[in-house]
Design a protein around this ligand. Structure first.
Ligand code: TXA
Ligand code: MG
Length: 328
């Protein structure tokens, strides 16, 4: 079933898949689902195509994009893997882990993608995105499919609401299963540094590499939405709420001692499951935002496992909005 709203076609199934591949081969930017969030994808070797991503997102250009690959051959043509990064790829790909690696001499990635750095963030996604890259047989640059500074989209409808007027096609694969962006790590002299918590927990990575991850930005390129205010809904966000104030919508987790908001209430996971909470995070924030509440109050959320990524995104949503990159 296809439907057309605004400019973007929302397409599903085999017909959708082949249209997406056709448009990408022709140098267009297309929204498609990964297991984490929807991505706004373009051929990573085609500068004009990649420029369309920046244009649609209104993204500050100094932010490098993640490159998505279908297999290890494609990955190894782009970047230099050491034994640690091979181990991580073997353990978590396809899946929600991005590994920042040195670019290989002779690689075909357009400099706009790496923002002029000599490193590249690589990941092998699961699901429909994987299928698209395999058929296209070219790597895809894809940031999350949302305007710069706004909440990431976990459904085709959310992409349409934000970017529908700016892109030709949204491939609809249903709600994404993980719900938060990939974890980003960088390999540094045989150590692994966490640049952004995400869909693979730190505990799971540490179990594979057998050593604690380094923390904190190592150099100037601040990873992900390292911009302080990021992932921002229109409403203000108040964290660790233990009581509700007038005009507030409520975002709860598990069984909480506050009764619901008269405006709108969502529970990320009534049973207290952090995976379920991650999958619900962005759609619940968007729904509470649509209620017209001036502020979204969020009850405390545990910090272990995927709780680290959830708290990271919420802290950015709650940060003061004085950063020009987020003021849209
Ligand atoms: O789950 C995800 O990672 C989603 C889906 C679509 O794959 N993508 C995503 O992309 O979240 P984006 O562009 O919204 O966030 C990617 C972050 C950027 O903030 C960027 O700073 C960081 O990755 N990054 C990319 N390349 C890097 C590099 N060479 N060094 C350090 N950070 C890098
Ligand atoms: Mg993003």
């Amino acid at each position: 079933m296809n439907r057309k709203i605004g400019l973007a076609d929302i397409v599903k199934g085999e017909a959708g898949l082949s249209r997406a591949v056709e448009l990408l081969a022709a140098g267009e930017a297309v929204a498609l689902p990964t297991e984490t969030v929807y991505g706004l994808a373009a051929d990573a070797t085609n500068g004009k195509a990649v420029a369309k991503i920046f244009e649609a997102k209104g993204r500050p250009r100094f932010n490098p994009l993640i490159v998505h690959v279908a297999d290890m051959k494609m990955a190894a043509d782009i970047a230099i893997f050491d034994s640690l990064s091979r181990k991580l790829a073997a353990a978590f790909w396809p899946g929600p882990l991005t590994i920042v690696l040195p670019l290989r001499i002779g690689h075909k990635i357009h400099p706009l993608v790496s923002a002029g750095l000599d490193t590249v963030g690589l990941r092998m996604p699961d699901g429909l995105a994987h299928e698209v890259i395999g058929r296209l047989d070219r790597p895809l640059a894809a940031p999350s499919a949302n305007s710069s500074g706004r909440i990431s989209a976990t459904t085709a409808v959310a992409v349409e609401a934000d970017l529908g007027g700016k892109i030709p096609l949204i491939l609809d694969g249903g709600p994404t299963s993980v719900g938060v962006e990939s974890t980003i790590v960088k390999i540094e002299d045989g150590m692994v540094r966490l640049l952004r918590p995400g869909g693979v927990s730190v505990e799971d990575i540490e179990a594979v590499v057998n050593t604690p991850l380094l923390r904190g930005a190592s150099e100037k390129i601040e990873a992900p939405g390292m911009l302080a205010s990021h992932y921002a809904p229109s409403a203000a966000v108040r964290l660790d709420a233990t009581a509700l104030m007038p005009g507030e919508a409520l975002l709860a987790f598990g069984s909480f001692a506050i009764s619901g908001s008269p405006l709108a209430t969502r529970n990320l996971s009534p049973s207290g499951d952090l995976r379920e909470a991650a999958a619900n995070l962005f759609s619940h924030l968007a729904e509470l935002d649509a209620s017209g509440a001036s502020t979204i109050a969020v009850t405390p959320i545990p910090r272990h496992g995927l709780g680290e990524a959830i708290n990271d995104r919420l802290a950015r949503a709650a940060a003061p909005r004085d950063n020009p990159a987020a003021a849209k």
